[in-house]
Design a protein around this ligand. Structure first.
Ligand code: ZN
Ligand code: ZN
Length: 212
C-alpha cells in the first residue's frame, strides 16, 4: 500500500494478517485499512448489505441511530436541509430526522443511486455506518465537504477502533464489507485536513463542521 487512503500520507505499514487478509496501519492518521486485494466485488457487497438490520420501525435500530441523531438534532436550526449519505436499503435515520421537521435527501451507491442529490449543498450531511465501507475515504470526505454549506455539519457514526490487541477478534472487523477503521483521532485528522472543526460527542460519533 503506497499511500494511506484516508489521509494520503505515504507508507502505511503492515499491521496484522487475519485469516489470510492483510491489514495496514497508517502512522499519521492511525487508520487501519484492509488490503484492497481482499475487498468484495460490488455484487457481493450489495448482497451483504441486504443482510444488515435496517427496519425504520425497529425501536432498537432507532435507539442505535439516536446516538447520532440526538446530538445532530440539538445543533440544527428548524427546517434544515440535509442528506443521508449511504442511507442503505431502509433509510431509518432519514425518517427520524424528517419526523423532527427537517428535509432529508437520500444517496446510496446501491440503494438510492440517483446522483442528483450530490449536485447541491446542505445544512447537514449524515453518514452513519457508511464510512467504514469507503474504498477511497479521502475522496469521499472531499466529496462530503463539497456537499456542505458554510457552517454545515457532517455527522459521522462508525465504530471507533480502539484496542489493537482485540483487532483480530473484533466482530466489526470481521464484516467483509468493512474495509477501513477509524480511531477518534483519525476523524479529527480528517477534519483538520479540510479546515473543519470536529467534536467527538460520544464513542463512535463525530460531528464535524465546515467554517461558517
Ligand atoms: Zn492516514
Ligand atoms: Zn457496516
Amino acid at each position: 500500500m503506497i499511500a494511506c487512503p484516508v489521509c494520503r500520507a505515504p507508507g502505511p505499514a503492515p499491521f496484522l494478517r487475519v485469516n489470510g487478509a492483510d491489514y495496514w496501519r497508517c502512522g499519521v492518521c492511525l487508520a487501519t485499512v484492509l488490503d484492497p486485494a481482499h475487498r468484495l466485488s460490488a455484487a457481493q457487497e450489495r448482497a451483504h448489505y441486504l443482510t444488515h438490520e435496517n427496519d425504520p420501525a425497529d425501536p432498537r435500530y432507532r435507539a442505535f441511530l439516536s446516538k447520532l441523531a440526538d446530538p445532530l438534532l440539538a445543533r440544527l436550526k428548524p427546517g434544515a436541509e440535509g442528506l443521508d449519505y449511504g442511507c442503505g436499503p431502509g433509510p431509518a435515520l432519514a425518517a427520524m430526522l424528517r419526523e423532527a421537521g427537517h428535509a432529508v435527501a437520500l444517496y446510496d451507491p446501491f440503494f438510492a443511486p440517483d446522483r442528483a442529490p450530490l449536485a447541491r449543498a446542505y445544512d447537514f450531511v449524515a453518514c452513519t455506518e457508511t464510512a467504514e465501507h469507503f474504498h477511497a475515504p479521502a475522496d469521499e470526505f472531499d466529496r462530503l465537504g463539497g456537499l456542505l454549506r458554510p457552517g454545515g455539519w457532517l455527522a459521522v457514526m462508525t465504530c471507533f477502533q480502539t484496542d489493537d490487541a482485540r483487532f483480530g477478534a473484533w466482530r466489526y472487523r470481521a464484516d467483509p464489507t468493512h474495509v477501513v477503521f477509524y480511531r477518534a483521532g483519525t476523524l479529527r485528522h480528517v477534519a483538520a485536513q479540510r479546515g473543519w472543526s470536529c467534536e467527538i460527542v460520544r464513542k463512535d460519533v463525530a460531528l464535524m463542521r465546515a467554517p461558517g
